[in-house]
Ligand binder design. Structure first.
Ligand code: ADP
Ligand code: MG
Length: 235
């Protein structure tokens, strides 16, 4: 579904990605794990068109998307839930979700169907549909960010650090929903510093260090790898 090859990204004279390659097959949950600053968000932004790589190929559903606008890429069926959630704090839950509705699904019954689907997945959002986003807990705001991304009915969902700043019990509940979203047919590329949780739900993973992929494997093998165990799974 997604094939990224030899991606290089520079910010001015800093090179953030030195030739990163990864793939995501339809139906998978694939994770990019790595420490703060490893290049995870940069990789996602290159895929979603939010920044332009200096080098490399990006194919999504058989099409070359390198250099296309974020809008064009969303239209092909890709949605991103950003790091730090970025919900609109002064808007209600329902208003935030409506913003996620892509223009071509905003009319008629489509938006109602999409809202129902998100509310079924996250009943807490349904209970809070008229509540302002700023007044919700971190976990609820994260559900809203994921729900908003799902409003466009993406084929591929990019999740940037959904566990950030959340209590372990909330992270577990959220990841159960991520698995459920995947079971409903949405392919997922999950970026996480929380390697333990990410490897528990993903089928395959890539370890990024300093803008390079240093390991890639099935998650069971990564969980057993001495480097991953020592540096990312707390020994
Ligand atoms: N807008 C930016 N300007 C300059 N450097 C940046 C910018 N965004 C990220 N970087 C640098 O690029 C590297 C990768 O960052 P990032 O992709 O955000 O890592 P991660 O998401 O894994 O924490 C880091 O060294 C970071 O400091
Ligand atoms: Mg990041």
């Amino acid at each position: 579904m997604l094939e990224v090859r030899d991606l290089q990204v520079r910010y001015g004279n800093i090179t953030a990605l030195h030739g990163v390659s990864f793939t995501v097959q339809a139906g998978e949950i694939v994770t990019l794990i790595g420490a703060n600053g490893a290049g995870k968000t940069t990789s996602l932004h290159a895929v979603s068109g939010l920044l332009r790589p200096t080098q490399g190929q990006i194919r999504f559903l058989g099409q070359d998307i390198h250099g296309r606008t974020p809008e064009a890429i969303v239209r092909l069926g890709l949605a991103q839930s950003p790091e730090g959630r970025r919900v609109f704090s002064g808007l209600t839950v329902a208003e935030n979700l409506a913003i996620g509705a892509t223009p071509w699904r905003r009319r008629g019954d489509a938006i109602e169907d999409d809202l129902d689907r998100v509310y079924t997945l996250f009943p807490r959002l349904a209970e809070r549909r008229t509540q302002l986003a700023w007044s919700m807990s971190g976990g609820e705001q994260q559900m809203l960010a994921v729900g908003r991304a799902l409003m466009g009915r993406p084929k591929l969902l990019l999740l940037d650090e959904p566990s950030l700043g959340l209590a372990p019990i909330i992270v577990e509940q959220l990841f159960e929903q991520i698995v459920r979203i995947n079971q409903q047919g949405v392919t997922i590329l999950l970026v996480e510093q929380n390697a333990a949780m990410a490897l528990a739900v993903a089928t395959r993973g890539y370890l990024l260090e300093n803008g390079r992929v240093v390991l890639e494997d099935r998650t069971a093998s990564l969980q057993a790898h001495p480097l991953v165990k020592a540096a990312y799974l707390g020994g």
